[in-house]
Design a protein around this ligand. Structure first.
Ligand SMILES: CC(C)(COP(=O)(O)OP(=O)(O)OC[C@H]1O[C@@H](n2cnc3c(N)ncnc32)[C@H](O)[C@@H]1OP(=O)(O)O)[C@@H](O)C(=O)NCCC(=O)NCCS
Length: 519
């Protein structure tokens, strides 16, 4: 931990109250000074207690009269004190052992400050248990918000320990096995599986929505010709342009039905934009989607210009269904934060694509494929994998933060890959079996299994999707999940506006003498 001492972190000067103050007077002192606790000093200036806003609330809760009862009756008497020059570690020990939240800080027999557990928590990189309970006091959530539920949703959920995830209660792998992209799309966005009539209408609507808004077709070639082109960066720009052309209004100002309708329109357009950009970038003419083809088949047809092999189209469809949504992931959260400001769905989707572009989220199914390339032939697998693990490297396509058992997506994608067949699939299965055996031997007890990336790369590659289009393909299906989340947020909105624990220099800081705009 740091070399800092308590003096560096404490709140000073200390807020103090007399033991004879009434509870409401003491509450006002805390409130006026915006602190959660005060030291209680006797007439001679000695510390006789500590009183926190939490103590005050609790005392009123158990029947004390705030107008007549005094601090003396509710304070923590003879509190533990720390010295200003003691280390932060020693303060942390006191907090841990005694479960105090505020400590008076002494120097030469006088109280010179108050140390709050929150001052220390940030420095120690530990997770705070609960806030001081003071009105307006911020709770420090664990880094990365792990394990913190920040919203209610009925879109879906992931149960990592069980190796299970679902969309609106239905097992997502079962949906991928039995349903079409459009059926699951309808489920996520409209909330229910479509009837036959619903599905027909929904298909017609989504096919009609593949038409680009006026002005967009002309804007795509320059985007595809920009220096430093990446498919996902170009898609992000194109989605933003398209939403502007459609005129997606603030979600705050339009009925939820309209938010969902704009979501369906944009989700139908995302693959069209992506494939046009891709073909422009390749110097090829764009291919319009065939209205007779469903989402997945049209996706491949726009890529190559030809009607795809049904087995390949179905394999891609199953991959797309499996990746539509996956709990409250970072890009979904991003889309909800943007929507919570009342902003339009185009902004929320653009932001979500930006979040997905991060290597920690969008992943890189192409990396698993690169590992297969690096191995080369089945006889080299064992040596290669042992060498990699031995050197501390991670095997791409194995291990997962949430799933500590088989990743249900990889289980199904393995079947999908097997169904497609081919040399690469056989090779991948050999590498997978070898990797699991070697991981079990060299990393026992770590619960490492094949993750979604391993077979996703194999399936997309076998379907003819270029490697640099793997993550953008994922963006297409995830757009469905985002639009469902955006509509849900807009339907029951509250501005998402958390706070941060300030850990910079003590404020207010005086500006240096004479400092200002240079003459
Ligand atoms: C996905 C991932 C980041 C999750 O990691 P995590 O839950 O944070 O796991 P940890 O980093 O705590 O690792 C736990 C142990 O398993 C090992 N481990 C985890 N994934 C591993 C992998 N793919 N290959 C080899 N060892 C691995 C770690 O080295 C560590 O070993 P140690 O106890 O000897 O230090 C990790 O498994 C990984 O990097 N996988 C490879 C990349 C990948 O496939 N990403 C796509 C994910 S969808």
């Amino acid at each position: 931990m740091s070399q800092a001492v308590i003096r560096d972190l404490m709140h000073t000067p200390p807020v103090v109250v007399a033991p004879t103050l009434t509870l409401s007077e003491a509450a006002k002192v805390l409130d006026d000074n915006k602190v959660g606790a005060a030291a209680v000093l006797d007439g001679a200036g000695g510390v006789v207690g500590m009183v926190s806003e939490r103590d005050l609330l609790h005392s009123v809760g158990i029947g004390h009269d705030p107008a007549s009862d005094t601090v003396e009756q509710v304070m923590a008497k003879q509190p533990f004190t720390v010295n200003a020059d003691d280390s932060i570690e020693s303060a942390l020990d006191v907090f841990r052992t005694h479960r105090f939240r505020h400590l008076p800080v002494m120097d030469d027999g006088h109280v010179v400050g108050i140390l709050s557990i929150r001052h220390v928590v940030r420095l120690a990189h530990i997770e705070e248990v609960k806030p001081a309970g003071a009105a307006g006091a911020a709770e420090l959530a664990p880094r990365g918000l792990e394990g913190v539920a920040v919203a209610e949703t009925s879109v879906g959920d992931v149960r990592g320990e069980e190796g299970f995830f679902h969309y609106r209660g239905y097992d997502a792998t079962e949906l991928a096995r039995r349903c079409s992209f459009e059926q699951v799309w309808h489920l996520l966005v409209m909330g229910e599986l479509p009837t036959e009539a619903d599905l027909k209408a929904f298909r017609e609507r989504s096919v009609a929505y593949r038409e680009l808004p006026a002005g967009i077709a002309e804007l795509l070639p320059p985007v595809a010709a920009l220096p430093n082109y990446t498919p996902l960066g170009a898609l992000r720009s194109a989605v933003s342009l398209t939403a502007a052309a459609i005129g997606t209004e603030p979600t705050l100002d339009i009925p939820n039905e309209q938010v969902r309708d704009q979501g369906i329109r944009l989700a139908a357009l995302v693959p069209v934009l992506l494939m046009r950009l891709h073909r422009h970038h390749q110097g090829l003419d764009p291919v319009d989607p065939d209205p007779d083809l469903g989402y997945a088949a049209a996706y491949l047809q726009m890529l190559t210009g030809e009607r795809p092999d049904p087995v390949k189209a179905r394999a891609v469809e199953q991959y797309l269904i499996l990746t539509m949504d996956h709990g409250f992931n970072s890009s979904t959260f991003t889309s909800r934060v943007i929507t919570s400001t009342g902003s339009d769905i185009g902004s929320a989707l653009t932001g979500a694509i930006g979040a997905l572009a991060g290597p920690l989220h969008g992943g890189a199914p192409s990396r698993a494929l690169a590992m297969l390339d690096a191995i080369g032939t089945p006889d080299k697998a064992e040596d290669y994998l042992r060498r990699e693990i031995g050197s501390g490297a991670r095997l791409m396509g194995f291990g997962h933060r949430v799933y500590k058992t088989d990743d249900p997506r990889s289980t199904l994608l393995r079947e999908v890959a097997q169904n497609m067949g081919g040399e690469q699939v056989d090779f991948a299965q050999h590498v997978e079996a070898t990797a699991l055996r070697v991981l079990n031997e060299l990393k026992p007890g770590r619960r490492l299994y094949t993750n979604v990336e391993f077979y996703a790369g194999v399936v997309m590659n076998s379907a003819g999707i270029p490697r640099d289009m793997f993550t953008p393909t994922f963006a297409c299906s995830r757009t469905v999940g985002w639009t469902a989340a955006i509509a849900e947020q807009a339907a029951n909105n509250r501005l998402i506006r958390p706070s941060a624990l300030y850990i910079g220099p003590a404020a207010p800081r005086p500006l240096p003498e004479g400092y200002g705009i240079p003459a």
